[in-house]
Ligand binder design. Structure first.
Ligand code: NAG
Length: 384
């Protein structure tokens, strides 16, 4: 049986047409990372979209709660937005109003300008594969007190801060939302979240914030560029609940033109593995309030001039404050350096069986991150 399956996979590899994907010219299937291998080699992925849920790794675990017989498929056909009374067919109707397990796709290429932050309900997958979907130029995504959310294949950019106002909450009822910073994706008390293959850039505040007791998050295959504050893990120095935060950051491409916070960690733990860092200005990875980091087999390419040091730490050793920054198997180019915590033990992620993945040699990071960001799966007959 296994042999037959393997034969089919290999046959598929060699008969499929050359692939047209955003950042890759020609990919040999075998070089894909483990998440992509799980679905991209199947030329019929369009008829089995929800199979994607079984492909996640890291702290989000497998997203099996997002699929099953009770799953509703919903297609976005209308790019307009009404934050209080969303019309059926709009993204907001699917993401906030539908209270069942829902898998959201897009009928065609679309530019969506949200009038208020989009509050995504639990058990929601937003799947932009095969279409070119922009969420841009005003409010963006927020996962507020929700769990089991997948965001895949969306271009989110030029997000702006929002004044307080009314908006449909994740429970489908109108709530009063306070002022919101201009982040592309903001997690507030959210758990079991998988953010994969999105392209995020040029926002007013940050690109991805994981805050207020959020945990069990995997951030994979994304492309972050043109941004001052890229990724914040942990709300603020005083928010103790973020001590339990666990985040996996894997196969992402940071840069060019990113300044700092890739990520910045407060209180919690981050496993940052097999990412590509194409320069930075202030620093790449930093933190405060006893953050814990295992930086593993990343490729850090320092900027040609300026700061070559990867890490930054605020107030370390004040009042006995301790940071655990550990580097294992990272590769440094252009004179990049990493100041690691001396002594102590490298904090292991302690992944469960469904979260575990093999971290590859940093020498393969260029391959592993080659198709980060939104994929272009335009040829309807070929693999993605
Ligand atoms: C994994 O387990 C070890 C041993 O119990 C512990 O010291 C470490 O902090 C754990 N790692 C995380 C991320 O919790």
């Amino acid at each position: 049986m296994a042999t037959i399956l393997l034969a089919i996979v290999i046959a598929t590899l060699f008969t499929a047409n050359p692939i047209s994907c955003a950042k890759q010219s020609k990919i040999t299937g075998m070089k894909m990372n483990v998440i992509d291998q799980c679905w991209r080699l199947n030329p019929q992925w369009r008829s089995h979209r929800s199979q994607l849920a079984s492909c996640s790794i890291g702290y989000a675990g497998k997203m099996m709660n997002n699929i099953g017989n009770d799953l509703v498929y919903y297609e976005v056909t209308d790019s307009s937005d009404d934050p209080i009374n969303p019309k059926p067919g709009t993204l907001r109707y699917g993401a906030s109003m539908i209270q069942q397990k829902v898998w959201i796709t897009f009928k065609s290429d679309m530019k969506i300008t949200l009038a208020k932050p989009l509050l995504i309900s639990s058990f929601t997958a937003i799947d932009g594969r095969g279409t070119n979907v922009h969420v841009a130029n005003n409010a963006c995504f927020m996962i507020f007190k929700a769990t089991n959310v997948i965001i895949h294949g969306i271009r989110i950019h030029h997000c702006k801060s929002q004044a307080p106002g009314l908006v449909v909450g994740p429970n489908g009822k109108v709530i009063s939302l306070g002022q919101v910073d201009g982040d592309a994706i903001r997690l507030v008390t959210a758990s079991k979240i998988w953010i994969d293959h999105n392209t995020l850039h040029d926002c007013e505040d940050g690109l991805l914030d994981v805050t207020r007791g959020s945990t069990d998050v995997t951030i994979s295959n994304n492309w972050f560029r043109n941004q001052d504050k890229v990724m914040l893990l942990g709300h603020d120095d005083g928010y103790i609940r973020d001590r339990n935060m666990k985040v996996t950051v894997v196969y992402n491409h940071f840069g060019p033109n990113c300044n700092q916070r890739m990520p910045r960690i407060r209180h919690g733990y981050a496993h940052v593995a097999n990412n590509l860092y194409q320069g930075w200005m202030q620093y790449a990875i930093g933190g405060s309030k006893e953050p814990s980091l295992k930086s593993q087999s990343n490729l850090f390419i320092a900027p040609k001039s300026g700061n070559k040091e990867v890490t930054w730490r605020k107030g370390s050793n004040e009042n006995g404050d301790r940071w655990e920054f550990h580097s294992v198997g990272d590769v440094f180019e252009n004179g990049a350096s990493f100041t690691a915590t001396e002594g102590g033990r490298v904090p292991k992620p302690n992944y469960s069986e469904e979260q575990r993945f093999k971290v590859l040699d940093a020498k393969s990071v260029r391959f592993l991150t080659k198709s980060s960001g939104v994929l272009r799966c335009t040829n309807k007959k070929s693999i993605c």
